[in-house]
Design a protein around this ligand. Sequence first.
Ligand code: NAD
Length: 254
Amino acid sequence: MTDRLKGKVALVTGGGSGIGRAAALAYAREGARVVVVDLDAEGGQATVDAIGNPDSGAMFVKADVSKQADVEAMIKRTVEVYGRLDCAFNNAGIEGAVGVATSDYTEDTWDKVINVNLKGVWLCMKHELSQMLKQGGGAIVNNASVAGLVGGSFGSAYYASKHGVVGLTKAAAVEYGSSAIRVNAVCPGVIRTEMAERLLSGRQEIEDKIASLHPLGRLGTSGEVAETVIWLSSDEASFVTGQAIAVDGGYVAL
Ligand code: NAD
């Protein structure tokens, strides 16, 4: 623990797996009390258990980020138990249909992806911002993607949702700067998580192709994204807001 966030309360959505779990562990390492939010209770509780030390303070809250009542209850519970909310990492997301052309995309899948990835981030921000305004400040990090910075084929709702997250991040940063609330996004390249494993489907040739899209020649790790999230959440980034920071091994530089 290096105490960069000692005394702070941090909330992570989608904290039951992948990048969210790595961020929850990193927030705890830095001394924050952590609220792990996920739809998946087993994964979320496993993250709380992995944080381990009960003194650091960590709890699981089950919520679907696309449902307003769940999001409202998640913030209420955070404030009831820990008294405040200083940092939020709005990370929960789904990939939707992969390999499906825009003209073949179904309305159901489109709505689901937009509801979780874009509306979900907005709902979380809406309730986080209300709490942070009462306290006089805070730091929000949204998880977009390189798919929020550049286009790509066969996953149109995902690209649209992530571009939306970047736009929402910038709009909120402008609105809430004078209230001492910083809002940034991280834009990961392909990161080895359960989501990525679903895309790779165990095929080495797909992994090699994807790795070659990153000038560093490999996929990223959840920990590499988590360290950027921690920096953006900390006072070390006190003059950084409205940014969409690629953590992508050079993917968007190609
Ligand atoms: P993951 O599938 O390993 O984890 C996602 C977590 O979000 C899961 O625990 C899942 O249960 C939870 N979740 C899904 N829908 C939810 C909902 N409606 N409410 C609450 N929780 C929900 O995926 P990951 O790779 O760790 O992805 C995390 C975020 O990072 C996503 O927003 C994803 O788009 C983004 N991202 C991932 C990559 C990558 O290559 N893995 C790259 C760029 C961006």
